[in-house]
Design a protein around this ligand. Sequence first.
Ligand SMILES: Cc1cc2nc3c(=O)[nH]c(=O)nc-3n(C[C@H](O)[C@H](O)[C@H](O)COP(=O)(O)O)c2cc1C
Ligand code: SF4
Length: 690
Amino acid sequence: MDVNDDACCQDERVALKFIASKLAPAYTGQPAWSIRTMPTSTPAFAHLFEPLQIRGKRLKNRIMSSGHDTSMPTDNLVNEQLIAYHRARAEGGVGLIVLQVAGVHDSARYTSHVLMATDDACIEGYRKLAQTCHAHGTVVLSQVFHPGREIMESSDGLLAVAYSASTVPNERFRVMPRALDQAMIDEIVAGYAAAARRLHQAGIDGVEVVASHGYLPAQFINPRVNRRTDGYNGELDQRLRFLREIIAAIREATDEQFIIGLRICADERDPQGLTEDESLAAVKRLQSQLDYVHIVAGTSASLGGAVHIVPPMAIEAAYLAKEAGTFKASLNIPLFVTGRINQPQEAELILARGQADMCGMTRALICDPQMPNKTDTGRAEDVRACIACNQACIGHFHKGLPISCIQHPETGRELIFSERKPTPHRKRIMIAGGGPAGMKAAAVAAQRGHEVTLYEASSQLGGQVLLAQLLPRRSEFGGASTNLQREMELAGVRVIRNTRVDRALVEREKPDLVIVATGAEPYWPAFERGGELQVVDAWQVLRDEVQIGRSVVVVDWRCDWIGPGIAERLVRAGHQVQLAVNGTHCGENLPLYVRDQLAGELHKLAVPITPYARLYGCDDNTVYLQHTASGEPMLMENIDTLVLCQGHQPVDTLGDELQGLVEFRRIGDCLAPRTAEEAIYEGLKVAWEL
Ligand SMILES: Cc1cc2nc3c(=O)[nH]c(=O)nc-3n(C[C@H](O)[C@H](O)[C@H](O)COP(=O)(O)O)c2cc1C
Ligand code: SF4
């Protein structure tokens, strides 16, 4: 349906325009869209807040927090941190929480911190969690899970014995599994039933069987992974036998009120993965045993497929809506969909079009637990929209750390940063710098009752976010700035632009405290320069301040977004570009799914990448690099321009000026150049402690 289509109702037209204004913003080199420059008329959210009945349960709205591993459990059990995390989302009004995967068998430990439901000791924690969410009217299910061959790591560092339908290896973790024998299949099926029985006993409302992302049930369905010669392979019905046994055993172990859903990928987006036709055929045959089907995309088995497990901002918002519509039209049970639905308007549109019955908005809720309540009370404009950066949510998970959010550092730290306590000592606070650190500090300090004025030296708030959003397919990063600006506005922060804070200004204003958040500038390392080769830095390129030569070398020390982004931007502008990275590979410091999406793009553009490269020097037309492991020279000849992506150095002269004059604190990059995550966290922390 098109925005101008006559069949399109008024509500839909508003929502369509909203989405058209931001979906997959084509890279133009222009400043990014901003969440707050979208149409101001809030579409009605009639579909989003329509209750949904499943078995005996009434889901109060169509917003779901889909199962996501938090890395929070201790000893593989629910703990207070996990309860506090979900309490925040339940208080925020979410209709359905699907709890993270619960391992059903000892061989299901895909990470060392996975929740396990293999022992009655789990019941008490689940009971508290269920009671906490139920108190806010939220229905709670739990994923039940066996990863099969998808084993990521183990608690003791030893490689586990992994199991699958057949002896077919996983490419991503390089695991060669054992084929399950009948006795072990029976044991695992019994494990699903026992886990469901425990969850039922704990008061959890149902389970979602995870057959998505190439995990064990999908390994049975997939004919390229299932090479068995027994009754579990052959036609689709035989390949579904394992799942049918699981679902039947769960029903047997619980009761008729217990919800049983199935998560499956509409398309695993991998040459060896399940196709849309295969998945659709599978769920059509299983639906009589199920209460709902929940579709996602991707597979854990390959790097390219795994990108879709938590799709980064380079992938367009609500991108599974069409596939959801196809599945919904073929099924007679409710259809749930999850994947980059980051704003309530998108969810409303999917529901209004009849493409799904429930929308997973997982990172949207990690980023703003209050999103449902804000939307329901006419404050959709105040929602802090997730920008799909993947830095602190899945980024932390992949490091084995509790998940958080770069924009909302309170996530995962609910036991520390709970309710904002008003200050008993109102202070006049001056904030120097309108980047992420300064803006977060300003918003939180003002929310706590301080009198806050933020000064920005330039005409625009945002600091380095203004540059980061100019990298290809990263325009959505600009949302971090617009969200913070809105937080400041709501908190009543006074903002003064085009004014640099110096000692004289502080002497005039006489604040009680200055928060120094003056950021950073590009770092130019010392290196041999024996000629006239043009040398520029990444910021000059992004700001279009320099005329770049035809043949370019980009030297990337940080191995983050900047080097590859500059390389891509210049290739797309017609330059011949080589990328030299200091790490073992391009994007070594990036969240994994961001890295792999980026690696795919650079490969398509045929950008040559040299790893282990340290900048040594340059002359008229040659860039000299040194291999960081061998120490041997590496030469890049016939070069016109060298672009430095060598990190940043603090801009901290104000701190020196204020010594002895006034109490002050440094936060963010002026303290030590890092990322927006640390900057925003330090903004929160400093304001919390005032
Ligand atoms: C930190 C994190 C951990 C996740 N772990 C799981 C998991 O254990 N099981 C699962 O099925 N999906 C997992 N997911 C995927 C989410 O359920 C969801 O499909 C994904 O975040 C995309 O939805 P969104 O765009 O609404 O965030 C995880 C996602 C995140 C962010
Ligand atoms: S860290 Fe980034 S992707 Fe994750 S929830 Fe926050 S804004 Fe969204």
